[in-house]
Every structure is written in structure tokens, then in C-alpha cells.
Unconditional design. Structure first.
Length: 217
């Protein structure tokens, strides 16, 4: 299949698999948006540092220079997001100095085990960043309902543009490198597996937190 057509089909697949995850967040909002902003931002803090570390782990073993640089950009951007969230948490009274990232979860265990460029791009830049962008939109709506315009502003002006740019970069890189049936199959499997693991993990977290409208990576 032509790589450009493949990426378009993969976008359709991704949107279908993201729909229930996005819908769960919207249902939480419709049910009165329960939840605590500080706890949600702590989830974001853990996610941001995890994605930054993931991209940094992938970078040395990636041979394609443009992909290597894409992971470098992602690592830096996510580290910047971590700092933005940390600063916001500090303003809300949370002691960021005492924050310790949680242990590695099944999603990041899977991601760190990916060894090919196409799988990494499909799973990370293309899928994980799309998931983050989508669920962050629900989180911003939650913040608006709570009158927390500053958190919404941080996401709208800084974090969301980066997440969108990462996802678009993933599209371009997949169109360049997913050029054979084998590579396209590997990319598709990675997309499906990331969303499968992420859906299960977010469901568990939503049950613990009482809402599904918390932010993503």
C-alpha cells in the first residue's frame, strides 16, 4: 500500500480506537465533573516525565537522523511540559520537591521494548501524542468548569500545540518509513497495542480518581 494512503487509514483506525476513551472523559464531564485538579495534574506530571524519558531512551539506538532528532525534540518538549505542570502545582500548594515518579507501568514497559523505528514512531509520536491531545481537551473543559483558567491557558498555549506538532511529525515520518507491508503491519500493531493498554490503564485510573477527564502525556 502507498505509505501516504496507509497513514490515512491508520489515522482512521486510531480515531475509532480513541473514540471510547474520549467519550469516557466527556461522560465524566456530563456527570458533573467530579475530581480534584491537583490530583489530576500529578498524573500529568508523572506522564510528562515518563514520555520525556521514553524518547530519550529511544534516541541513541535510532539510526535515522530525522527520527533521532524528532525524539530529541519530543524529549525536550515533554520535559518543558513537566516544568509547566510542576510550576502550576506549586502555585496550587503542592510540594513538587517531594514528587517521585511512580514505577513503570505496563504501557511504558511495552513502549520501551519496541526496537524498530517504525514501531516507535507509530506508538509514540503518532499514537501516544494523539491520545494526550484528545484527553487533554477534556481536562481543559474540566478546568474551565472549575474556574481554573490558568491551567487551561497553560495547556492551550503551550502543551497542546506541542502535542499536535508531535503527532503531525509522526504522520510525516510514518509516510516516509512505513513503506512495505511488513513495516506497515508492525506500525498498525503498535498503534492498536498502545491504545489497548492505554484504554485499560485509564479505566483503572478513572475508577480510582472518580473521573475519566484527567490529562494525558
Amino acid at each position: 500500500m502507498d505509505a501516504t494512503v496507509f497513514v490515512q487509514e491508520l489515522e482512521t483506525l486510531k480515531a475509532e480506537r480513541l473514540s471510547p476513551i474520549i467519550g469516557a472523559g466527556r461522560t465524566s464531564l456530563a456527570d458533573g465533573a467530579p475530581g480534584d485538579t491537583t490530583k489530576m495534574l500529578r498524573v500529568a506530571l508523572a506522564n510528562e516525565i515518563s514520555v520525556s524519558e521514553l524518547a530519550a531512551v529511544w534516541m541513541p539506538s535510532t539510526t535515522e537522523i530525522d527520527v533521532k532528532l524528532a525524539f530529541a525534540r519530543q524529549a525536550g518538549d515533554e520535559a518543558g511540559h513537566f516544568q509547566l505542570v510542576a510550576d502550576r502545582l506549586s502555585a496550587l500548594g503542592f510540594d513538587v520537591a517531594g514528587f517521585r515518579p511512580p514505577g513503570e507501568n505496563p504501557l511504558f514497559q511495552y513502549l520501551k521494548g519496541l526496537s524498530t523505528t517504525v514501531e516507535r514512531v507509530a506508538a509514540g509520536l503518532f499514537t501516544l501524542e494523539s491520545l494526550a491531545y484528545a484527553v487533554n481537551e477534556n481536562f481543559m473543559a474540566f478546568c474551565d468548569r472549575r474556574g481554573d483558567g490558568e491551567t487551561t491557558r497553560i495547556y492551550r498555549e503551550y502543551i497542546q500545540p506541542d502535542e499536535r506538532a508531535h503527532q503531525q511529525l509522526g504522520q510525516r515520518l510514518l509516510a516516509k518509513y512505513a513503506t512495505t507491508p511488513e513495516l506497515q503491519r508492525a506500525a498498525r500493531n503498535a498503534v492498536e497495542r498502545v491504545l489497548e493498554i492505554a484504554a485499560a490503564a485509564r479505566s483503572q485510573t478513572a475508577e480510582r480518581m472518580g473521573t475519566a477527564s484527567f490529562p494525558g502525556c
